[in-house]
Design a protein around this ligand. Structure first.
Ligand SMILES: NC(=O)C1=CN([C@@H]2O[C@H](COP(=O)(O)OP(=O)(O)OC[C@H]3O[C@@H](n4cnc5c(N)ncnc54)[C@H](O)[C@@H]3O)[C@@H](O)[C@H]2O)C=CC1
Ligand SMILES: O=C(O)C1=N[C@H](C(=O)O)C[C@H](O)C1
Length: 275
């Protein structure tokens, strides 16, 4: 039986690519679509396709009035947490693509998902190559003691750091404690220039025209350096297959799974490195 999916942010840059893939597949049945603009319009027509017989809703409550198995969220940092908790309260599993949620937000989501005996899969980045870049960085942190992260995005990206680099920094902390050459409080000059500290990692977000989206984890040793970098282009296609994989897998998950790499590769932990 097809998995019944509702997409929040269905007309957006990412949501429209995911929604189009759902509409083109027999494995999924699109039963709901949420967007701020074009509410009341058929989602197929809004995306330049044939009619899908699904009318775009302006609220989650309206959309989830139709029985739904999985909510996929590619909306906005200011509504995503409310969407996830409300969906769980209605017995709907969730795949979270939207960035901007903190570790505390995710702790609350994990607790709610466990209480409802439902699954949530969230990833700062649903691209396979970005998941590989994160996986390689987690491996490197088992062996190399010092690193920093640079997060590049267009001038229009409102959330900082990116969901990708926030997730990476938080998970690096579970592998090892990053070692700084000079403690931040001993920095001579404004400490802000050393970036934001997330899970012990200094994260630097650049928001400038001409960038699309990229991140790099730089590991420094005396006289040598390793950079693990991911670059994505202007299309949203890289995020589609990972999102669809999560929609399939979330049926089997209880509680929160964070990171596409967790679905694709065996876990890495501090014990593996002896840290
Ligand atoms: N995890 C991942 O792999 C990826 C995550 N993202 C994240 O997904 C989010 C969306 O990104 P884009 O597609 O570029 O955004 P976008 O601005 O192109 O689209 C946002 C969509 O959400 C809807 N929306 C916005 N605010 C809303 C609200 N208050 N209530 C209901 N609907 C609302 C809009 O109508 C639109 O359909 C961002 O947080 C972005 O960082 C984006 C790409 C990949
Ligand atoms: O806003 C974007 O474009 C993207 N956001 C996600 C993030 O915040 O990491 C994922 C991807 O980088 C695209």
């Amino acid at each position: 039986m097809a998995i019944r999916v509702c997409v929040a942010g269905a007309t957006g840059w990412t949501g429209s690519a995911v929604t189009s893939a759902m509409l083109a597949s027999n494995e999924f049945q699109l039963v709901g679509a949420i967007a701020r603009r074009q509410a009341g319009v058929d989602i197929g027509e809004a995306l330049g396709r044939e009619r899908a017989n699904v009318i775009i809703a302006s609220t989650l409550e309206e959309a989830l009035a139709t029985p739904t198995d999985v909510l996929v969220d590619y909306s906005s940092h200011d509504v995503v947490k409310g969407h996830v908790l409300a969906a769980l309260d209605k017995g709907v599993r969730v795949v979270v693509g939207t960035s901007g949620l903190t570790a505390n937000n995710y702790a609350e989501i994990a607790e709610r998902a466990e209480a409802r005996n439902l699954g949530v899969i969230a990833a700062g980045n649903f691209s396979l190559t970005a998941a590989l870049a994160k996986h390689f960085a987690l491996i490197a942190a088992q062996y190399l003691p010092s690193w920093e992260i640079i997060d590049y995005a267009s001038a229009a990206k409102v959330d900082a750091p990116s969901g990708t680099t926030r997730e990476l920094a938080e998970e690096l902390a579970a592998i090892a404690q990053n070692q700084l050459g000079v403690p931040l409080e001993e920095t001579h000059g404004p400490k802000e220039v050393r970036g934001a500290t997330i899970g012990g990692t200094q994260v630097h977000s650049i928001r400038l025209p001409s960038y699309v989206i990229a991140f790099e984890t730089i590991f420094g040793l005396p006289d040598e350096r390793l950079t693990i970098r991911h670059d994505a282009g202007t299309g949203a296609q890289p995020y589609v297959s990972g999102t669809l994989l999560a929609v399939r897998k979330v049926q089997e998950v209880n509680g929160l799974v964070r990171g596409l790499d967790r679905l694709l590769f065996p876990g890495i932990s501090a014990e593996d490195s002896g840290n």
